[in-house]
Design a protein. Structure first.
Lengths: 405, 373
């Protein structure tokens, strides 16, 4: 199986994103972590050379992939978008996961627009992200799915959409929304018909300034602090019926969001690999330069075997993530591999950062120490985009056909 | 063998737990955000006898007897309860124990005078004492026979920014146990600004020594005697750390179990999912084991057992790993809410880290000792 070789594009993407991570992201990572601030200047700069907030919508043009629906006819060629995403995501997260998410945060909203939006929806989305906002910042988008009572169990969304003439009226509260305060456009998921259950859940495009759309409190978080997370409230928010995604086709309701999460999961796993690799490389450099009782640190099994263990887990995580991306690019069902890659990489990132901190000792107590930051950043990968428990449930269901409780 | 607490120990546990719940825990979030301990904590800690309990009564403290009369079992029981309140504030409240005991045990009258007067003085906040263990042998030590001259940097360490005195413990080529007034020429405390993300309210600082000359009367021990003394001091410290780690782990599990009962997903409380119940169950076993090992180590110290240092080392080691796992799992059980500071578990996960690295990596030391015979 040839996952990545023979495609110069992947090497070029890796090279470019690594340079960005090393030269632009690493130097400002501690500052944005400490201040819990978005890297607006870098976001603008990155956008100017192709890493735009709307990259998700542009990716197929950039990668030359066929349209998602395969409506160009003929035999479908394998795509490259998923593999480009995992290569880039690992490097950006190696620089700083929070900043990487800030750079790519709009992609969460762009994914459903790309997948089920009409051409008009895409144009609305792209137009909403043109230029700068009132604060002079590059414009960003948000996907509003999770709710205070709906973390893992997205099938019980409480935000409702009631039809009123040519409009839908949205009411409800969203929680843990990336770019929730700053977004210029939101993709909001709401229940349009409770009698349809999961099938009644639909996505709506809602632009900033729409009456009834109320950006809420920004959260103070354990990690990924350069990425904004906030609550968003909808209070009789009227949205024109044409702004409902997938209105022109048979919607799979909540299934659309699940497929979207399946599609982004490999890149999320790749971010966790990037964090693990960052901590591993930091420790490796320390070990190479150090000695203990007259013997190189690397000559002590206690330390060397810990490094070996980390390397095994990182390589295994990356292979799972890459396989999931390769399957996505080949239009194969990658649900189980996407979950395995994400879950394994999340566990690896936590294990590697925790062990690295222990081996580094009191050095890592210094304020702003990068490994301590990566330890805090790593935790979210076992929580967001489907917790470790949800991933295991998905994997197990592919094995047994049952939902394990 | 008796695992039951006696009446005095039960009273101690219930008293400290009450204060920990009504005081430390209520102050914890603000102290974490602001990076400082509240003034009310210091007065309450003094009232509870936490600041001077290791200072002999003859020197104005609360210890009835000399250093040998100090109960490390009581200290461990107390530490577990303090850890349930707030790791940072608990560390400050317990900081005086090792320096005060070491000076009681090996100090000259001058050392007793300078240390005990400083930490008994009124102050807002009061001055405290801190142990700085040169585990990585970063200090350059010149033992001139009388005075000892020190160069190098130690830390960051909790409490240093409030310290009047530092008990330096060095076990390298020139072993020494010395009490350094931070106002000594050549000594300087540099507060950590910003604070580390763990124990943010613990007044972190680094001690910079640039030719600080410690007079003979403040050198508590040298050579082989210093090495032996260091082993004892570190055992006390490790039991203190381990006890507080157990407390942090226990409260993290309490929060997680309560959340598991309240949070409903997929039509049932998440604590009724087998994976969550199993996660809690495993952690509870680990916390129970760590608690017993801590209490055993404290019991051995109180009896002067030869195995005390080894048990203290293992207790700290186990408790540190247990608190790391328990707090990470508590955040996991809280899910998205665990990652934001509306709930206490993200702070607990940050606060778990110092337990594993303060006072050195003795797991590695034990391994080396085993292979080197």
């Amino acid at each position: 199986m040839d996952l990545f070789h023979g495609e110069p594009m992947f090497g070029a993407v890796r090279q470019m994103t690594h340079a960005l991570a090393e030269q632009e992201i690493r130097p400002i990572a501690a500052l944005h972590d400490r201040d819990e601030s978005m890297p607006w200047d870098l976001m603008k700069k990155a956008s100017s050379f192709g890493l735009s907030q709307t990259a998700m919508l542009d990716t197929r043009r950039i990668t030359g992939d066929a349209d998602d629906r395969g409506d160009k006819g003929g035999e479908r060629k394998p795509g490259r978008a998923a593999r480009v995403a995992v290569v880039g995501a690992e490097e950006l997260a190696w620089g700083c996961a929070g900043i990487g998410l800030a750079l790519a945060g709009s992609g969460l909203a762009a994914a459903p627009v790309a997948r089920i939006g009409s051409e008009e929806h895409k144009q609305i989305f792209l137009r909403a992200l043109k230029g700068v906002d009132e604060a002079g910042h590059i414009k960003v988008a948000a996907m509003a799915l999770s709710e205070p009572q709906t973390g893992s169990d997205i099938s019980s969304l409480a935000t409702g959409a009631r039809r009123d003439g040519d409009h839908w009226v949205l009411n409800g509260h969203k929680q843990w929304i990336t770019n929730g305060r700053s977004a210029s456009i939101y993709v909001v998921w709401a229940q349009t018909d409770a009698s349809l259950g999961r099938g009644g859940v639909r996505g709506f495009l809602v632009e900033r300034g729409t009456p009834g759309l109320v950006p809420g409190r920004k959260e103070t978080k354990l990690g990924i602090r350069a990425s904004e997370t906030a609550q968003v409230h909808f209070e009789d928010c009227r949205v024109h019926k044409d702004l409902m995604l997938g209105a022109d086709r048979v919607s799979e309701g909540l299934g659309d969001t699940k497929k979207m999460l399946d599609a982004t999961r490999p890149a999320v796993g790749a971010q966790a690999v990037g964090i693990a690799r960052a901590a591993f490389e930091y420790l490796l450099e320390r070990v190479r330069g150090g000695s203990l009782r007259g013997k190189p640190l690397a000559g002590h099994q206690h330390i060397a075997f810990a490094l070996a263990e980390m390397e095994m887990e990182i390589q295994a995580s990356r292979l799972l993530v890459h396989r999931a991306a390769w399957m996505a690019d080949h239009a194969m069902d990658n649900v189980a591999f996407a979950s395995m890659g994400k879950a394994h990489a999340a566990r690896t990132a936590q294990a590697v950062t925790t062990r690295a901190l222990a081996l580094l000792g009191d050095e890592a107590l210094e304020p702003g120490h990068p490994v301590e930051k990566w330890y805090r950043d790593a935790k979210i990968y076992d929580i967001f985009e489907g917790t470790g428990q949800i991933q295991r449930r998905i994997i197990a269901k592919t094995l047994t056909g049952l939902n394990a409780v | 063998m008796d695992f039951a607490l006696d009446d005095e120990q039960s009273l101690l546990v219930s008293t400290v737990r009450r204060w920990s719940e009504r005081g430390l825990r209520t102050w914890a979030a603000d102290a974490d955000r602001g990076g400082t301990a509240p003034g009310a904590m210091w007065s309450a800690a003094a009232e509870l006898g936490l600041l001077l309990d290791a200072v002999p009564a003859a020197d104005g403290g609360l210890l009835d007897g000399d250093a040998g009369a100090y109960s490390h079992q009581a200290r461990a029981l107390r530490g577990i309860e303090l850890g349930r309140g707030c790791a940072a504030l608990a560390a400050l409240c317990e900081s005086n124990v090792e320096p005060a005991l070491a000076v009681a045990r090996w100090g000259s009258s001058a050392a007793r005078e300078t240390l005990y007067r400083a930490i008994a003085a009124d102050g807002a906040p009061p001055a405290i004492a801190v142990v700085a263990h040169d585990f990585h042998e970063r200090l350059a030590i010149e033992d001139g026979g009388a005075a000892v001259t020190l160069r190098g940097r130690l830390g960051p360490l909790p409490g240093l920014a409030l310290a009047s005195h530092v008990l330096v413990v060095a076990t390298g080529a020139a072993p020494v146990l010395a009490l350094i007034p931070v106002a000594s020429p050549g000594a300087r405390v540099v507060p950590c600004d910003p604070a580390p993300s763990a124990w943010r309210a613990a007044a972190w600082g680094a001690l910079e020594l640039d030719g600080a000359a410690i007079p003979a009367e403040l050198v508590l021990a040298r050579g082989a005697a210093a090495r032996a003394a260091a082993t004892e001091v570190l055992s006390w410290m490790r039991v203190g750390l381990a006890a507080r780690a157990v407390g942090v782990a226990a409260i993290a599990l309490d929060h997680a179990a309560a959340y598991g009962r309240d949070r409903v997903q997929f039509g049932q409380p998440i604590g009724r999912f087998e994976s969550i119940a199993h996660m809690l169950d495993e952690n509870q076993t680990a916390v129970a084991a760590a608690r017993l090992l801590v209490l055993q180590a404290a019991w051995e110290i109180d009896r002067g057992a030869a195995s005390a240092a080894d048990s203290a080392s293992r207790a700290r080691d186990l408790a540190a790993r247990v608190v790391a796992r328990a707090t990470i799992d508590a955040v996991q059980i809280f899910g998205g809410y665990g990652f934001v500071n509306d709930f206490p578990v993200e702070k607990l996960m940050r606060d778990a880290r110092p337990f594993e690295v303060l006072a050195g990596n003795e797991a590695l030391s034990r391994v080396l000792a085993a292979v080197e015979g």
